[in-house]
Design a protein around this ligand. Structure first.
Ligand code: ADP
Ligand code: MG
Length: 336
């Protein structure tokens, strides 16, 4: 049975990045307005994610970290109208099977919160009162404690730095998607990145990339809405300094589909086509841009991979057409 558990956990928890992603999204599902991520030795020693969300209800404590337990869907039909990031009930259970997990939580209804230490099976081993305010802190120590080969692989300097960059990019993508959210990232107690509550996505993008990448960058925004879909597109204004753009890579751009950071290749290609045409540069230039797409939950399939980064939609053709219309309006027609 323990082999099966370890095999299962290898799917959701493949790296420090995947742990941070799962915990961060749990915080968002709990309605947090502030999330702090703290890593030690790039997360291999310790990963801590602290939020000011709803906390975990007392009646959920005995089961919340058990495999397949989720408080987010009650029946199969709920999957059709999914509005939460989580729905499988696998992340915490998997994390417990590959590291030492401590969860501190307090709801609004409780006078005092508690820290629970969890077993490999996700059962509560011990309970101690905690002085923390409302919200939840999940702390995972000694990741891959029982998977020495994987641990060694992730402990390589190059691998650690790559994974850390992925964490940074993920938090920045969420910062752009959720401008009001406060985010802090610390590594070995040092502040790496912090974001306060900001007005809109363009302001966040400028605060992130402003000086380093964008120079005199100005934005052009387009919006589209009909009963089928809602689109917000935010691209560099023609005539902005394009010389600095060649240094940027596509990972600086953010596509958001129903609140999730993804990259839709078809859309990236379209944007680059119109951008390079309008700015008289070649297709290898990557503009820094942002697109937010909202589709009916039933039309989007995020259930393809455990890390849920690929999105399939039933109306890709009309989505492409709408975006092309917006680009045509913002950047003018493509030369023949
Ligand atoms: P899922 O997110 O798919 O429900 P998880 O294993 O990630 O599964 O989490 C299990 C359950 O633990 C959640 O459904 C939720 O009830 C609770 N939980 C986890 N993290 C938090 C958090 N930060 N705040 C409140 N509840 C949480
Ligand atoms: Mg989850």
């Amino acid at each position: 049975a323990s082999t099966v558990r370890l095999l299962g956990s290898t799917q959701v928890i493949t790296s420090v990045f995947s742990v941070v992603k799962e915990l961060f999204e749990n915080s968002l599902d709990a309605g947090a307005t502030s999330v702090e991520v703290k890593l030690e030795n790039y997360g291999l020693e310790k990963i801590e994610v602290r939020d000011n969300g709803s906390g975990i209800r007392a009646e959920d404590i005995p089961v919340f970290a058990k495999r397949h337990y989720t408080s987010k869907i009650k029946c199969h039909a709920d999957l059709e109208s999914l509005t939460t990031y989580g729905f499988r009930g696998e992340a915490l259970a998997s994390l417990c099977s590959v590291s030492e997990v401590f969860v501190t939580t307090k709801t609004a209804a409780q006078d005092v919160g508690y820290t629970y230490s969890l077993s490999d099976q996700g059962d509560v081993k011990s309970t101690t009162p905690s002085p923390l305010p409302q919200g939840t802190t999940v702390c995972a120590k000694n990741l891959f404690k029982n998977l020495p080969v994987r641990k060694q692989y992730h402990n390589m300097a190059k691998k650690k730095k790559e994974d850390f960059k992925n964490v940074e990019n993920l938090l920045m993508a969420y910062g752009i998607i959720l401008p009001a959210l406060r985010i802090t990232l610390r590594h070995n107690k040092e502040l790496v990145w912090q974001k306060v509550s900001l007005q809109n996505s363009a302001v966040v993008m400028h605060s992130i990339h402003g000086k380093a990448v964008m120079g005199q960058m100005e934005w052009k925004r387009g919006e589209f809405q009909d009963p089928e879909m809602k689109i917000e597109l935010c691209v560099p204004k023609p005539g902005s300094d394009v010389a600095t753009m060649s240094r940027s890579t596509p990972d600086k751009s953010v596509h958001c589909v129903n609140g999730r950071p993804v990259i839709v290749k078809e859309i990236d290609k379209l944007v680059r086509q119109y951008y390079s045409n309008c700015h008289a540069c070649d297709m290898s230039r990557h503009p820094v841009y942002f697109v937010r797409i909202e589709l009916p939950a039933g039309d989007v399939d995020v259930n393809l991979e455990p890390n849920k980064t690929t999105v399939m939609t039933t109306n890709m053709t009309s989505l492409r057409e709408r975006i092309e219309e917006m680009l045509l309006y913002l950047y003018g027609p493509l030369d023949q």
